[in-house]
Write a protein of this length. Structure first.
Ligand SMILES: [Zn+2]
Length: 264
């Protein structure tokens, strides 16, 4: 495959209006020169005759018990109906459900057409479903991203996966009437919240990590100020993805090389 034929697609998530796919698209093109386009939500692809089949598949990909690997179960009527509504209206918000990321990946793959499944296509599905992977410690961990085929980027994951400052949870329990803003101020710990436009800014780093994964470049970075840093706390996420500088020297150089490769 000639790398120059690589085309990247970002599939919009209507349920996360604050996640601006156009800005992500411009960012990828500006930073890497990879030919990038945006497309409508991947859920729009579900054929009307197959809504029930897909509702069942989505319901089956739920995590019912965080300490038990989802090896398959028969979803109940309510779970299937819930998924059906989400397929019929992709702008509906999905909070409070965790999905097995690898099972979702298989469903999204079914929704790509032949051309989109080719080796020189790099698909990124944006979703507000919370995704998780089963870890060696025998439990699910929420994630921002799954670097598979297609790649999955979860806006809810940005808010929920990296842990908030410890005081946040204590304050939250004792002061249920306070707003998150007030709690943020009192805990002196910043974190990314639903509806913030920092979600788009932070997601840029996860797109780049996905691109590096595709190009088989090692992508995690030791430098906590770099977009390739593997953040486990909200403060680390903000430091790596929002605060300047964007990259460590090594990644700055590697990105430059990629840009040169794709623009020559
Ligand atoms: Zn770095």
């Amino acid at each position: 495959m000639n790398l120059k034929d690589l085309e990247l697609t970002i599939y919009r998530d209507p349920a996360t209006p604050e996640l601006d796919e156009q800005e992500l698209c411009r960012y990828v093109e500006g930073t890497t020169s990879i030919n990038t386009i945006t497309k409508e939500s991947i859920l729009e692809r579900v054929d009307e005759a197959k809504v029930d089949v897909f509702s069942k598949r989505f319901a089956e990909s739920r995590v019912r018990d965080i300490e038990e690997k989802n090896e398959g179960f028969e979803p109940n009527f309510g779970e299937k109906r819930f998924e059906k509504r989400l397929i019929e209206d992709s702008s509906k918000d999905v909070k409070g459900v965790l999905y097995d990321a690898k099972k979702l990946e298989k469903i999204y793959l079914l929704l790509l057409n032949e051309q989109e499944r080719s080796k020189n296509h790099l698909p990124f599905v944006l979703t507000n479903r919370l995704i998780g992977t089963f870890g060696e410690d025998n439990r699910y961990h929420a994630r921002v991203s799954l670097y598979g085929f297609p790649m999955i980027l979860s806006s809810t994951g940005l808010v929920e996966a990296p842990a908030k400052p410890k005081q946040f949870y204590r304050k939250k329990r004792s002061n249920s009437l306070k707003t998150k803003e007030e709690i943020k101020e009192e805990t002196e710990g910043d974190f990314i919240d639903y509806g913030e436009n920092r979600i788009t800014k932070a997601m840029k780093g996860y797109l780049l990590q996905g691109i590096f994964h595709y190009l088989s470049k090692g992508f995690f970075c030791e430098n906590n100020g770099c977009r390739f840093y593997n953040a486990h706390w909200q403060q680390e996420l903000i430091n790596a993805q929002i605060n300047k500088p964007e990259f460590c020297n090594k990644h700055k150089k590697e990105i430059k090389e990629i840009k040169k490769r794709f623009s020559d």
